[in-house]
Design a protein around this ligand. Structure first.
Ligand code: FE2
Length: 605
């Protein structure tokens, strides 16, 4: 009896122990096991940061790139008609991406709610090279990344293709100046709805506002960051006349390679951690000024005279395009890397140039376009040096010499279509075409005692490098189209020799056209006489051929400049036609309207 009783007690104790064990340890075990079997949770930490997109197509290959917020493992592209092929991705980490008090990201809806200062943000880039493709192939693909918690995340299915062969008809989207602006998502959504899949995107610079602010590329919480807009994952709400419409952008670059030019918003200024990202962006210093400062303090900055320390210091105290170049894999040139390059894409030879300067305010009290701030006169380290040019294009410069060689190359000469893309306008009704595109000439006014009373900057019209050096070279070489942006309007021109100019930058917003009574801001006192209305460089804007927007007097306008109507341009290489479309966001259910069309004749064979 005693033994039987003891045995029963033991069994009861064991049962109690098992129950306690199950109650405590079970959920812990489940927590450990669960991530590997659960579906993708709605948590940004275990999603891909972008959809995949295409880069650098060659006749037999193309690259697939995507971003994650984890280093992860087993990043791969699965592709082919039956998804029978596999390409392993190479992982790298973006070196300069940050958020700050002005970021609109995550829970931060107002200044400084989450971030009080510039704070590094960890982002990894995955890139796989898809090889052995046949010309004309278009294959389905998906990408997969594995999170450190074991979750495998797979994208939806998209299509990839190598570079098109000569003669293959192509539709090219010509766009620029997205910059997380209000109409960008609507614009790109209308591209997809109107055209369907395009074959490539030529983007003439200014992809976002501050290149090192990660959220402007990936997940700005207004819903209109760069990648979501070009991948059909935006969620940007526009309110017009009391009606709210949410636009998702277009599923474009998952299927079509993007070729971008370096605009002023791809250039980050002095990378000093005590500055917020806006201040860093707005404060580039000429390399010559950075070098002068370095030489003054070299023994303190770099006592061991280490070359790497010197180079890093000079970069951090001048300007750089590192984030732009880390995000994309663009074609390269020997002297300009990804900042200027040429590439053959089907019948097109595309030359992309690094022609852009810092934008500075015309305000006479600012560290501005035309003068230094009055309080900075005696402190050269605080000078802005006017609208400095980032990369020379003047005669004899490395970029100019490279361009001369490119224009003489068989790839260029034999191409049916020759297109040159850069950011700064050669002909425009917009504001930013004034002052002329040249190195600012510093003029220092002094009083009788030799003290500085003003520092001004002059921009001699006769030294405009685009007009004096670049365009004659392009005209002589028979370029068919010069495509650019920067002033956020749509207008086009044609030269006497038949070279076409198109600015199709009224995408997300406008900064206005300067015609009639509207005058560009210029200083009251300057030696140079700046052109305050019209195109300062001579050519007359062409009134859109199909359906121009009407002005207040009901007469057709020779441009489009609107914060309600957004425009995009599509070039069809089969016909040579460049067609521009407009969409009125005040009427969300209205049709897209073709408003202009012109033909690129191409080279005759
Ligand atoms: Fe710009």
């Amino acid at each position: 009896m005693v033994n039987r009783g003891a045995s029963r007690l033991r069994r009861v104790l064991i049962l109690i122990f098992v129950a306690i064990f199950a109650a405590i340890i079970g959920p812990l075990l489940l927590l450990i096991i669960k991530p590997s079997v659960m579906p993708n949770p709605p948590n940004s930490a275990v999603q891909l940061l972008t959809e995949p997109f295409l880069q650098l197509p060659t006749p037999t290959s193309v690259r697939v790139v995507w971003f994650t917020e984890f280093a992860g493992t087993d990043h791969r592209v699965i592709y082919g008609q039956n998804f029978q092929h596999l390409a392993i991705a190479r992982t790298s980490k973006l070196s300069r991406t940050q958020e700050d008090q002005f970021s609109l990201v995550g829970e931060q809806k107002e200044r400084g709610q989450v971030y009080q200062k510039s704070t590094p943000r960890n982002i990894w880039r995955q890139e796989a090279i898809i090889q052995n493709l046949d010309s004309g192939d278009r294959l389905p693909y998906r990408v997969t990344s594995t999170h450190p918690n074991g979750t495998s995340i797979t994208s939806e299915e998209f299509t990839l293709a190598p570079a098109p062969r000569p003669g293959q008809p192509l539709k090219i989207l010509l766009t620029s100046d997205h910059q997380v602006m209000p109409m960008t998502a609507a614009n790109l959504q209308k591209v997809q709805e109107t055209i369907g899949r395009v074959d490539a995107v030529f983007l003439a610079g200014d992809l976002q506002n501050v290149p090192d602010r990660a959220s402007e590329w990936f997940d700005d919480n207004r819903g209109g960051a760069f990648f979501p807009c070009l991948q059909g994952r935006a969620s940007y709400q526009l309110e017009k006349n009391g009606v709210k419409t949410t636009y998702r952008g277009g599923e474009i670059i998952q299927h079509a390679p993007l070729f971008a030019a370096t605009g002023n918003h791809e250039v980050m200024g002095q990378a000093l951690p005590h500055l917020n990202l806006n201040e860093q962006f707005n404060d580039p210093r000429p390399q010559s000024a950075a070098t002068k400062l370095y030489n003054t303090y070299a023994e303190v900055i770099n006592p061991s005279n280490n070359q790497k320390i010197r180079q890093d210091w000079l970069k951090d105290h001048s300007f750089n395009t590192d984030t732009f170049r880390e995000i994309f894999t663009l074609p390269t040139s020997s002297s300009g890397g990804e900042n200027y390059y040429a590439v053959t894409f089907g019948d097109i030879r595309l030359i992309s140039l690094y022609v852009t300067n810092i934008w500075r305010s015309p305000d006479p009290q600012a560290r501005g376009r035309f003068q230094e701030q009055p309080g900075d006169l005696d402190n050269p380290q605080d000078w802005g040096y006017g609208q400095m040019i980032f990369e020379p294009i003047k005669q004899g410069s490395p970029q100019y010499q490279w361009l001369e060689q490119e224009l003489a190359s068989p790839e260029f000469k034999q191409a049916k279509y020759k297109v040159v893309m850069f950011h700064h306008p050669p002909h425009s009704l917009g504001e930013n075409i004034v002052p002329p595109y040249t190195d600012p000439v510093q003029v220092i006014d002094r009083n009788d005692q030799g003290g500085i009373t003003a520092i001004r900057y002059e921009y001699p019209q006769g030294r405009d490098y685009i007009i004096q050096a670049l365009l004659p070279l392009l005209e002589k070489a028979g370029v068919h189209l010069v495509f650019y942006g920067h002033t956020h309007i749509w207008n086009r021109f044609i030269s006497k020799t038949g070279m076409n100019f198109l600015e199709s930058s009224n995408v997300g917003n406008t900064y206005g056209a300067y015609t009639g009574d509207r005058k560009r801001p210029v200083p009251e006192k300057s030696q140079e006489k700046y052109v305050v209305t019209g195109n300062p460089n001579g050519l007359t804007p062409i009134t859109p051929t199909l359906s121009p927007v009407l002005g207040e007097d009901d007469k057709p306008l020779a441009y489009l400049s609107s914060n309600d109507i957004t425009a995009f341009s599509i070039w069809d290489t089969a016909t040579g036609l460049v067609t521009s479309y407009r969409f009125d966001t005040r009427e969300p259910n209205s049709a897209v309207i073709k408003f202009d069309e012109f033909k690129l004749d191409g080279r005759k064979f």
